[in-house]
Write a protein that binds this ligand. Sequence first.
Ligand code: NAG
Ligand code: NAG
Ligand code: NAG
Ligand code: NAG
Ligand code: NAG
Ligand code: NAG
Ligand code: NAG
Ligand code: NAG
Ligand code: NAG
Ligand code: CU
Length: 599
Amino acid sequence: MMTLPMAAATAFFFLALLVAVSTVLAAIVEHTFVVRQMHMQHLCKDTLVTVVNGQFPGPAVEATEGDTVVVHVINQSPYGITIHWHGVKQRLTCWADGAGMITQCPIQPNTAFTYRFTVAGQEGTLWWHAHVASLRATLHGILIIRPKSGSYPFQKPHMDVPIIIGEWWQKDLTEVEKGYLNSNDNDPAAAAINGKLGDLYNCSGVVENSYVLEVERGKTYMLRLVNAALFSEYYYKVAGHRFTVVGVDANYVKPYDTDVLAIAPGETMDVLMVADAPPCRYNMVALSIQAPAPDPQIQTFVSRGLVRYKNVAVNRTRVCSEQALTPKMPDRHDTATTFFFHGNLTGSLPPGHQSLLRQVRDRVDERLFITLGQGSICKGGNQEGSCKRGGSNESMLVAYMNNVSFHLSEKTVSLLEARWHRRNTTTINVTVEELPGRPARVFNFTDLALIPLIPGGKGEELEPTRKATTVRRFAHNATVEVVFQSTAALQSDSNPMHVHGHDFFVLAQGKGNYDAARDVGRYNLVDPPMKNTVQVPRLGWAAIRFVADNPGMWFMHCHFEYHIATGMATVFQVDDGPTLDTTLPPPPLDLPKCSHIKE
Ligand SMILES: *[C@@H]1O[C@H](CO)[C@@H](O)[C@H](O)[C@H]1NC(C)=O
Ligand SMILES: *[C@@H]1O[C@H](CO)[C@@H](O)[C@H](O)[C@H]1NC(C)=O
Ligand SMILES: *[C@@H]1O[C@H](CO)[C@@H](O)[C@H](O)[C@H]1NC(C)=O
Ligand SMILES: *[C@@H]1O[C@H](CO)[C@@H](O)[C@H](O)[C@H]1NC(C)=O
Ligand SMILES: *[C@@H]1O[C@H](CO)[C@@H](O)[C@H](O)[C@H]1NC(C)=O
Ligand SMILES: *[C@@H]1O[C@H](CO)[C@@H](O)[C@H](O)[C@H]1NC(C)=O
Ligand SMILES: *[C@@H]1O[C@H](CO)[C@@H](O)[C@H](O)[C@H]1NC(C)=O
Ligand SMILES: *[C@@H]1O[C@H](CO)[C@@H](O)[C@H](O)[C@H]1NC(C)=O
Ligand SMILES: *[C@@H]1O[C@H](CO)[C@@H](O)[C@H](O)[C@H]1NC(C)=O
Ligand SMILES: [Cu+2]
């Protein structure tokens, strides 16, 4: 037992050597991220925002598959910061995952930390974002991984075009985060495409700038979409053009032709668009989607940008209308279009991933059924005591998985450090519970009568819940199946569920209550898409499987900020494997310490 850390250290030494030898041909992509507050003007208002290198969105990280990425984060903001590399598998580098208090303490103000990891075995679009409080609304950027061979499984596009759908906030984001627990008004001021609000927003007659994409007729553009919004899934269209989806979450899919894209928070997408329309001007529109009433309704957010053809014909006015063409968008309450969009994607796996697919097809070691919903806890000390519910101010709403709302009480050490150090000491004592593998109580999860949060409502009886730090532990190389069930408990949102450190196969999705006897037969075990974020449909379910082969403590959560902040989360603990190259190395020496730990 005592020798474990030594073995790990030795393993790390040899691994480092191996990596040094095998990466002779791989490059190092190095960035310095200075996190700082800055004033920005939008909608006639000066707003203090926290950004990287003075940019919103932040700088793009562009790498080639197999490269090592090194990012020096220098924190000159007043907040503790972590940066999560969303979708990067972080094989044996859980320490660099950047999940606040899960894998590391935040980088304290006026200190620095260097993230080091490789981007291997994945190609396409990912992104990075702060993973503490709501600061990711302004602290994010794209992460592009291009194929090492230079060739794609489709014709090489003329140009890459990042399309980052985000939001503009005028409120203090750290206050917004606290407000979730007090149900304050927490809406963004606008939607944005690549940081531009677009010409649908104005104040005092001054129109906001739009994102403009200049295209050449006949060329093919690869739109690299990221949904960086805190709250909303979006529909995205470009008037007069169609798309071919070729990748999701940095995994190739079989080409899928469509004129509308649906992208949930945390999802990324690679999409080909041929500039084959008459050489005019075409609006692109990103429209927020929301569950219909009786779910609480917020304002709709629309951001508009422009596709403009170069070398427009001199006689343009005869060919083109005066106004740029605008796409006809789905209704903002249309949850069917996104359901079918996601359901129609099938994977196109590289040979290296076939053995994973074989393993999830042949063997399931752990089966979890996880309900996603809302409940309430009593305000004050005794959370499980008796208090008025149904929207009373004596209780507050929280989100949960299987009726437990994730809550970190430990403020001095991350869960990964606690696990690491417990190998040889008992002084670090973090109390965790096992996440239940299924709900203790079965009810009609998708009964619409459960939605309204009103005194005496049908949902009131099911409402009491509790908070805990939950973890689910998996043996190395276990095949895990998770069925997520979106419920109608006090709301009926969809839930974009994100797993850190592993991609998973999305085997099936459906409407209503999951029924294994009926639904297992519908699993796609032939060409399922591989993802890191699955959009679990509103009043429906989604089934995923993955191989737990990356040792560490991996956050697993809904990517709607309100849900993650109020507890729709847990941690997957993956054990070390039997060999040195399946064992997590020791923490980097400069891993941040929590400010209030006395050394
Ligand atoms: C236990 O861990 C500490 C660091 O956390 C290390 O300094 C010490 O040498 C370890 N003890 C043994 C017996 O491995
Ligand atoms: C400004 O915005 C308002 C509503 O937000 C809209 O009615 C008006 O047409 C806009 N004006 C311009 C010049 O875009
Ligand atoms: C006007 O533009 C169209 C399409 O670009 C072209 O076919 C046509 O010849 C042009 N007409 C004149 C008079 O230039
Ligand atoms: C694919 O989309 C069509 C409608 O566009 C729908 O009828 C079909 O059921 C979808 N397939 C899946 C597997 O979701
Ligand atoms: C709850 O609301 C009632 C009346 O609306 C008010 O009298 C009471 O002080 C509030 N209690 C708390 C704990 O905010
Ligand atoms: C560890 O936690 C247990 C259970 O909460 C508690 O009884 C024990 O005193 C704790 N030990 C330390 C060293 O904090
Ligand atoms: C569950 O609720 C839905 C919606 O209210 C209803 O259509 C369905 O019949 C119910 N299912 C069962 C098994 O009661
Ligand atoms: C959740 O657990 C609480 C106890 O903590 C219980 O009162 C409640 O009925 C449970 N609700 C559901 C939906 O399981
Ligand atoms: C994982 O299990 C599969 C069999 O299901 C086996 O072929 C493979 O070698 C195992 N991998 C490791 C790293 O243990
Ligand atoms: Cu959610």
